[in-house]
Design a protein around this ligand. Structure first.
Ligand SMILES: [Zn+2]
Length: 250
């Protein structure tokens, strides 16, 4: 680390859990963030400011006026711009040393098979049930840890899936990929703006813990947040023996 970096990251370096070594691991890491909206905004801002060396952002959408109530990396003058480019500008304004790559495409299986193996940690910041399952399957296939967040109306959810942990449930163990599921999205249901900030920030925290190698990741459970009652709860998750995604083939 050079002098600028020692100064910039000094409050991380002071933490026993991170120190110089942990910060160097963060600087050398690559995080893939899929979704550049309400969750992706705070997640990318925290990961970029914390010194993640490489961030790849994937989203095919452009900034819309209705996004600005909660997608805090975007600005009024960037309405109409690509969301991935808008987040890159926001991250680099804070940390010019952050190397942010933009992929303005919808995440499909081919793209995920190309990008997931290059990352140390993947963040699912999407709001689409089908894409969530594609991301989970790609992370299980390539054995890359996944931090999945979700927010809708007044509620948020967080789940960390570490395919390297033999007892860790994957997303498909908990939410069946075959379930008939009506897509419920913020565009029709609404979302309380700080909830995406809380969950996106927690996704960044879980990613940094995995990268620096301290604490205990929130694996083997589904964490749920109800902002109306300020109530946090978590449900233990178990691997499903016949999970179509992570069950070991005999
Ligand atoms: Zn599974």
């Amino acid at each position: 680390m050079n002098d600028d970096q020692l100064l910039r990251y000094s409050r991380h370096i002071l933490l026993d859990e991170i120190g110089i070594e942990g910060q160097e691991r963060i600087l050398a890491s690559h995080v893939l963030i899929i979704g550049a909206g309400g969750l992706g905004s705070p997640a990318a801002l925290y990961l970029g400011s914390a010194g993640v060396g490489r961030i790849t952002l994937v989203d095919d959408d452009t900034v819309d006026m209705t996004n600005l109530q909660r997608q805090i990396a975007h600005t009024t003058d960037r309405v109409g711009s690509a969301k991935v480019e808008s987040i890159r500008s926001a991250v680099q304004a804070i940390n010019p040393g952050a190397n942010v790559a933009c992929v303005q495409r919808r995440a499909d299986q081919d793209l995920l098979d190309e990008l997931v193996p290059q990352a140390n940690v993947v963040l699912d910041c999407t709001d689409n049930y089908r894409t969530r399952h594609l991301i989970n399957a790609a992370c299980v296939r390539h054995r890359i840890p996944l931090v999945a967040g979700a927010a809708l109306r007044l509620d948020g959810q967080l789940m960390v899936i570490d395919p390297r942990d033999p007892d860790c449930a994957c997303y498909a163990c908990v939410f069946s990929p075959d379930a008939e599921f009506e897509e419920i999205q913020c565009s029709t249901m609404g979302v309380f703006s700080p909830v995406v900030g809380v969950i996106g920030s927690l996704q960044a925290a879980e990613a940094l813990k995995l990268l620096a190698g301290f604490g205990h990741p929130a694996t083997r459970r589904l964490v749920m947040f109800d902002s109306a009652s300020q109530d946090w709860s978590s449900m233990q998750t178990n691997r499903t023996l016949d999970c179509p995604v992570c069950a070991r083939k005999a």
